[in-house]
Write a protein that binds this ligand. Structure first.
Ligand code: PLP
Length: 461
């Protein structure tokens, strides 16, 4: 299996190089040259597999440059850190299936991909005798999952910038309580955008990037998408039997990484009817799907902060397929976006989009209401991101179909919002209680690129 860029500017590369490259060197995103097909017969034969066994079956179809024994070990090691024996269990409440993706160390679905990516990085770096310095900006979830994915790993240092005092308390502690020598937290007196801008500036300095082997962990890495494809298969196998009709998935969406993984699963032959793309008030993707309007507007802060995104970076991967794998058309679209703040599609293309996805946008009031109503009816606590997906599913998906809602975070991770909706305190898992007693380490600094650079150089591995 070789990987190519959505912008057409690189020669096909093997999996391990794709993992290390992250963003394609021509500015595009990496994708496999083709998608391996899984027959119905194969699918049926997977029913008895554990999560790591299934993960090996799915992932190994995209990886031909890591020996099977090693890949198996990497996968087993990645999912051993999950607190639930099923890794991503499915529960049923009131005719809705909830795919619980929050049993990893930081209680959000990003652990599923970042535990695997951390182990992959370590494996490839050891083999190549290389080092990697990861730098990233986070509003909360990605940073904590990335830190836990690489803590204590050989050959890797990680520097994560977060806006001081602007993440949730749990998110901040999940980052700053990791005191391994290779982990560096920087709390910036400023906003998430200040953090992001400084990280972009460091990556833009190519000499600096080269000298210090800078790497990123944002959701543009193909290995992250790949790890997420697995749980679509896992959920399908849990909710269907041999006679089963296709199922529908509802996905709370920000950067389009998670739902793109569902699209890949469908391309591999998984019987999926609808992929429902659920957004909050930051609804450019919903406007695109429902009204052919892909035009930029400002980002607003909501109670589902991990979905407060305007430009969904993984959307480029889908556009590449929508535009019949023509990189020229992708480049045109991004040029149009840059010049005119919008992308236009033909009516044929829009018909394809509506065949692939349906979409709904759920505002904050409806989100809080859904947390309350779902709890009243089922006794089940939804985090605000999951509530967006559940609300959208209730609005758009036929009640007599198998509706699977991806639960992307544990309610305790966003307890302030859940409690605001319900009016009482939600139970806190032990892993969260323990955070409060732990020693922390964090460097607080002004939003000053020179200071950040100085800190990095002084602490680089
Ligand atoms: C990151 C995140 C999302 C959005 O996922 P994308 O892959 O960026 O679309 C949704 N919910 C939670 C809790 C997240 O952390």
């Amino acid at each position: 299996m070789r990987y190519i860029s959505t912008r057409g500017g690189i020669n096909p590369i093997p999996f391990k190089d794709a993992v290390m490259m992250g963003l394609a060197s021509d500015g595009g995103l990496l994708l496999p040259q083709s998608y391996p097909l899984v027959t119905r017969e194969q699918l049926e034969s997977w029913r008895g597999l554990s999560y790591p066994e299934l993960a090996f079956e799915v992932i190994s179809r995209f990886v031909d440059d890591i020996p099977a024994v090693d890949l198996k070990k990497l996968i087993e090691h990645s999912y051993a850190s999950f607190s639930h024996p099923e890794v991503t269990p499915v529960v049923k409440r009131d005719g809705i299936y909830i795919l619980e993706l929050f049993h990893g160390v930081t209680l959000a679905f990003k652990d599923v991909a970042l535990q695997f990516l951390g182990n992959l990085f370590e494996y490839i770096l050891a083999e190549r005798n290389q080092k990697l310095n990861i730098i990233g900006a986070t509003s909360g979830d990605t940073g904590s999952a990335a830190i836990h994915g690489v803590r204590g790993k050989k050959g890797i240092s990680i520097f994560i910038l977060h806006p001081h005092g602007k993440t949730s308390a749990v998110q901040a502690l999940q980052m700053t309580s990791v005191t391994d020598a290779n982990v560096h937290n920087i709390a910036v007196r400023g906003t998430f955008d200040d953090c992001q801008d400084m990280v972009k500036e460091l990556f833009g300095d190519l000499e600096f990037k080269e000298k210090y082997s800078l790497g990123a962990v944002n959701s543009i890495n193909w290995a992250r998408v790949l790890a997420q494809v697995v749980y679509y298969f896992y959920a399908w196998l849990r909710v269907t039997d041999e006679t089963a009709a296709p199922v529908n998935f509802s996905v709370p969406t920000g950067n389009f990484g998670d739902i793109f993984a569902g699209y890949v699963a469908k391309k591999m032959g998984l019987p999926v009817d609808k992929l429902l793309l659920a957004t909050n008030e930051n609804n450019i993707l919903t406007r695109f799907i429902n009204k052919s309007d892909y035009s930029l507007s400002g980002v607003v802060s909501t109670v589902s902060p991990s979905m407060d995104i305007q430009i969904a970076s993984n959307f480029e991967r889908y556009l590449f397929h929508l535009f019949a794998e023509n990189p020229e058309r992708v480049k045109e679209a991004f040029a149009e976006l840059k010049e005119r703040g919008r992308v236009s599609c033909s009516s044929g293309e829009m018909a394809q989009v509506r065949n692939d996805f349906c979409s709904a946008s759920v505002n904050q009031e409806a989100t809080l209401q859904e947390i309350r109503e779902f709890y009243a009816e089922t006794g089940y606590l939804l985090d605000p991101h999951t509530a967006v997906g559940v609300r959208a599913a209730l609005e758009l998906l036929p009640p007599d179909s198998s509706r699977i809602c991806l639960a992307t975070a544990h309610p305790a991770k966003f307890s302030e919002t859940v409690e605001r909706s319900l009016g009482f305190q939600v139970p806190v898992p032990d892993s969260v209680k323990e955070l409060y007693g732990k020693p922390t380490r964090c460097e607080i600094m002004d939003a000053d690129i020179a200071k950040v650079r100085e800190f990095f150089v002084a602490h680089v591995g």
